[in-house]
Design a protein around this ligand. Structure first.
Ligand code: DX5
Ligand code: ZN
Length: 234
């Protein structure tokens, strides 16, 4: 069975009610809670850090999908592991030994993710595809929620979904940025099995209905992709 994961992004929540918002995402049927960490250097925005992440961990049963948009992920890894992350995704473009950082995340028993900015070609990720549990394709320039989905990234999603490395190491493919019911379906049709959505879910009048619609449409598209492309079943 091909499994689809929906990860509501807490970046789009009401920050005055963070715990309640995390529980709202859980009640609405999210699978993971996506947690965006921004340092004001790697991206031109600052979000929050390990203490707030630990508070989220106390607020919800959802596994925390921590996305580090920070220049030195290696220096902060241990603090996010301690905060209770289930998986940690680091950027290929950040300043660190990528293979070593992925190794440390896995050694701590967490899922290791590798993120690529929209303009970073998929081939740059090739040396790491046997060491990652997830590859995140940014579908907006990282830094802010509420931006427009960049459809030209779908070619990269497809290339990574069909890459032979995935046969021996079946990493998930996550898309992040501008995901709504329509772009979720387009992404799943290109092979993305893990969908991050902030604004479209948290701003929906009925979050549970928005999650259900996105899941239904995207799951169908992913199943069609797996059938037609003989893509790796995950
Ligand atoms: C952007 C973040 C995203 C953000 C997505 O840099 O990595 O996770 O929360 O927000 P939406 O879904 O509003 O584009
Ligand atoms: Zn993110």
């Amino acid at each position: 069975m091909t499994s689809l994961i929906l990860a509501p992004s807490i970046l789009a929540a009401d920050y005055a009610r963070f715990g309640d918002e995390a529980r709202r995402a859980e009640r609405a049927g999210g699978d993971w809670l996506h947690v965006d960490i921004m340092d004001g250097h790697f991206v031109p925005n600052i979000s929050f850090g390990p203490e707030v992440t630990a508070a989220l961990k106390r607020s919800t049963q959802l596994p925390l999908d921590v996305h580090l948009m920070i220049i030195r992920p290696d220096l902060y890894l241990d603090r996010f592991i301690k905060a209770g992350a289930a998986r940690i995704t680091v950027h290929l473009e950040a300043v660190h030994d990528v293979a070593e950082t992925l190794r440390r995340i896995r050694a701590a028993g967490l899922g290791a993710g590798l993120a690529l900015n929209p303009k970073t070609p998929w081939a740059k990720a090739a040396p790491f595809l046997d060491r990652a549990d997830l590859v995140l394709c940014m579908t907006v320039e990282p830094g802010f929620g509420g931006q427009t989905f960049m459809a030209d990234v779908l070619e990269k999603v497809r290339a990574l979904a069909l890459h032979p490395a995935r046969k021996t190491n079946p990493y998930r493919i996550e898309v992040d940025g501008g995901i709504d019911a329509k772009t979720a379906t387009q992404s799943a049709a290109a092979g993305a099995d893990t969908l991050v959505a902030g604004t479209s879910l948290f701003a929906a009048a009925d979050m549970a209905a928005a999650v259900a619609t996105m899941r239904r449409d995207a799951a169908d598209a992913l199943a069609r992709f797996a059938k037609s492309e003989g893509g790796t079943k995950v």
